[in-house]
Write a protein that binds this ligand. Structure first.
Ligand code: PMP
Length: 403
């Protein structure tokens, strides 16, 4: 018999498994609100015109090669990424206390950063994640050589807002040097972000308790439409002079999902460790995948470094986040118009790609089976998957599920 014959089948991924199911569904009315990828008002994948143009330029530029990048990636990309998230006038950049490496999108940045924590802080470090979080956080943490995640309370389900008292209470109880994973903006799946005052309360406990914040910012510019607003939380923590890590992704904000373009930045509270940090990150990357891919990083670096292209990108962000907000307004209106029981204000109150509808897993299953509307079992819908053509159908299905 084969050496492999006893291997058990892994359960399908909570989010990606849905896409498989959706593809197999033959019903013409089917709607995919599962995976968080932007779709146009015609429900098509979107390549940002500015990205397409840079791609064409690069393709015809005879000086670009397919040589390897170093382990830490394209330097111009890393420098521009650090400026983008930390701000061009960041004190940490001015003091040269930052170390940025290219990573395989947001997930890869988390994976490399958490491996770094396991190796150089302690393999016993607890990583605290919000009780409602992106499901892959719970996979990446133990895969990086750390204990399973610990939850901190996050959402007050009665108000749909952040339960700041409970959150702070749970962080107070975390041992010093624990990693606190924070969604920088557009909390996934709840769409509820802390207010600025609440961020300052979180900052206070993190600092007082000597905790290590790890920001996961997968939606900069895509949430509010403003790159500055969506980086506010990260910059507030950097301004407070903390040690911290930041994961960035260009999947959503540049629509570069499949190109796996991201960055990890380690910000140190004191200068001096940069060379050691970089050398260790490079060693981790060397053993994991040797070096990152070049194509996407070149495109992103070109856009970030050119004033005109950058402006054009900002226009795209306004457009994409605007369409998502428009869908929020339309879904809420459609639900209210047909008298769907319950209140639906949270749909427009939430921010980011998703709406946390409050539908139960039974109601989610009902909508999938009867209406072929797909969403994750926690009732999270990707607003970008809705269009003018499907919003009424989805509202009708939701009403049928909740009555
Ligand atoms: N973190 C969060 C909270 C996310 O929602 C996502 C995207 N779904 C990611 C990280 C990383 O995605 P990627 O690896 O495609 O950049």
């Amino acid at each position: 018999s084969s050496i492999f014959s006893t291997i058990p089948t892994a359960p399908p991924d909570a989010i990606l498994g849905l896409t498989t199911q959706f593809r197999a569904d033959r019903d013409p009315r089917k709607v995919n609100l599962g995976v968080g990828a932007y779709r146009t008002s015609d429900n098509q994948p979107y390549v940002l015109p500015v990205v397409r143009r840079v791609e064409e330029q690069l393709a015809s530029d005879q000086s670009t090669t397919h040589e390897y990048l170093p382990q830490d990636g394209l330097k111009s990309f890393c420098d521009a990424s650090a400026r983008l998230i930390l701000g061009p006038n960041s004190p940490a950049i001015a003091d040269a206390r930052t170390t940025t490496v290219q990573a395989l999108s947001g997930t890869g940045a988390l994976r490399v950063g958490l491996t770094f924590v396991a190796r150089f802080i302690s393999p016993n470090t607890n990583v605290y994640v919000p009780k409602q979080t992106w499901s892959n956080h719970r996979n990446v943490v133990p895969a990086s050589g750390l204990p399973p995640t610990v939850d901190y309370r996050y959402l007050d389900s009665a108000t749909g807002q952040v339960d700041i008292e409970a959150l702070v209470q749970d962080l107070e109880a975390a041992p010093p040097r624990s990693v606190i994973l924070l969604h920088g903006c557009a909390h996934n799946p709840t769409g509820a972000d802390p207010t600025k005052e609440q961020w300052m309360q979180i900052l206070d406990v993190v600092k007082r308790r000597n905790l290590l914040p790890f920001f996961d910012n997968a939606y900069q510019g895509f949430a509010s439409g403003s790159l500055e607003t969506d980086a506010w939380s990260v910059r507030a923590f950097v301004d407070a002079g903390l040690d911290m890590l930041v994961a960035q992704s260009y999947a959503k904000n540049m629509g570069m999902y499949g190109e796996r373009v991201g960055a990890l930045t380690v910000v140190a509270s004191e200068k001096g460790a940069e060379d050691a940090i970089r050398s260790q990150l490079k060693a981790i990357i060397r053993a994991m995948y040797s070096s990152p891919p070049k194509h996407g990083a070149l495109i992103v670096a070109t856009i970030l470094e050119d004033e005109k292209l950058f402006k054009e990108w900002e226009g795209e962000l306004t457009k994409m986040s605007g369409r998502i907000n428009d869908m929020r307004v339309k879904l809420k209106a459609a639900l209210e118009k047909i008298g769907t029981p319950g209140t639906w204000d949270h749909i427009t109150g939430q921010i980011g790609m998703f709406s946390y509808t409050g539908l139960t897993s039974q109601q989610v299953a009902f909508m999938r089976e009867k209406y072929h509307v797909y969403m994750t079992s926690n009732g999270r819908i990707s607003m970008a998957g809705l269009t003018d053509d499907t919003v009424q159908y989805v509202a009708d299905a939701m009403k049928d599920a909740v009555v």
